[in-house]
Design a protein around this ligand. Structure first.
Ligand SMILES: NC(=O)c1ccc[n+]([C@@H]2O[C@H](COP(=O)([O-])OP(=O)(O)OC[C@H]3O[C@@H](n4cnc5c(N)ncnc54)[C@H](O)[C@@H]3O)[C@@H](O)[C@H]2O)c1
Length: 277
């Protein structure tokens, strides 16, 4: 019997949580751009008893993503792909954010579509900021972000016209959602599903960096005003990914699952949680 392979792209806070929640009993292929982080993730995974392989990847390079997909296929049946790699506004300028968060996600969708097994499931990590960017992206630009081939994305006028890291991030994350919708038809033709998850503020290295940045105060206010009133844990996202990877979600494809502790609900309805006064 062929081995089931789970590919986890990005071995930061969420990637490691996905490993722990969904990695047991299958071969896990861990991939990241940062060799030191990747080595640490592999050491942790091996010491905790997971069966892992690893490969360096730069998600903004098609050759690199294609090589990762080929390795995954050689290891066995690629039944799960969870894409958690990303750059945030506190970490990088707009150009790098477009490359990693827009183009990188598009490449992962295109290259893993070629190797995903029937019955397999893909999960792309977007962001709740996509819900805030939505109205600021013209409909024709959004249609292009959804449908243009990956290699055309970075040249789109909408993309070249935005150099604000925060807006590039939220627009790229909105694009991830509509690209996942579009990809679900192609993945479906292979008998596979693909969905996105939009996390709220999650306490990972990235989330902590954002909370310490100049937008930190605004983020804390949003958390305090939300229905849960708390920051998310990497496990909150890993639980949602486990559902989308599982047979329980066999009728769920092409959707975004908002896992934000209620921030967007509070913003959309103009309400604040009682605890926030
Ligand atoms: N943490 C949050 O509050 C939060 C909120 C909403 C969305 N997100 C999204 O969740 C995802 C996971 O974030 P996290 O919180 O685990 O962050 P993290 O910083 O802990 O992990 C992200 C990983 O992506 C890797 N990476 C960056 N550029 C890469 C590239 N070019 N190729 C391959 N790997 C690369 C980094 O090395 C890092 O290990 C990201 O897409 C992020 O935008 C995070």
């Amino acid at each position: 019997m062929s081995t089931d392979v789970l590919v986890i792209i990005g071995t930061g806070g969420m990637g490691l949580a996905v490993l722990r929640r969904s990695g047991a009993g299958r071969k896990v292929l861990l991939a990241d751009f940062n060799e030191t982080l990747l080595e640490h993730a592999v050491d942790t995974a091996v010491s905790e008893g997971y069966d892992v392989a690893s490969q360096g990847v730069d998600v903004s390079s098609r050759n690199s993503v294609a090589a990762l997909a080929a390795t995954a296929r050689e290891l066995g049946r690629v039944t799960g792909v969870v894409h958690t790699a990303g750059l945030s506004p506190a970490q990088a300028p707009a150009e790098a954010i477009w490359k990693v968060d827009l183009y990188g996600v598009a490449l992962v969708l295109e290259e893993f579509e070629k190797v995903i097994a029937p019955g397999g499931s893909g999960v792309v990590v977007s962001s709740m900021s996509a819900y805030m960017a939505g109205g600021n992206i013209p409909a024709d630009a959004l249609a292009e972000l959804a449908a243009k081939p990956a290699d055309d994305l970075l040249g789109l006028p909408f993309v070249t016209g935005i150099d604000h890291p925060g807006f590039a991030y939220s627009a790229a994350k909105r694009a991830n959602q509509v690209r996942v919708q579009a990809a679900s038809l192609r993945w479906g033709a292979r008998g596979a599903r693909v969905n996105s998850i939009s996390p709220g503020v999650i306490s990972t290295p990235m989330g902590q960096q954002e909370l310490s940045s100049e937008s930190g105060a605004q983020m804390r206010a949003m958390i305090e005003g939300s229905g849960t009133g708390r920051v998310g844990t990497p496990g909150d996202i890993a639980n949602a990914a486990a559902f989308l990877l599982s047979a329980d979600a066999s009728f769920v494809t092409g959707v975004d699952l908002l896992v934000d502790g209620g921030v967007v609900a509070a913003l959309d309805t103009g309400q604040r949680a009682k605890s926030a006064g």
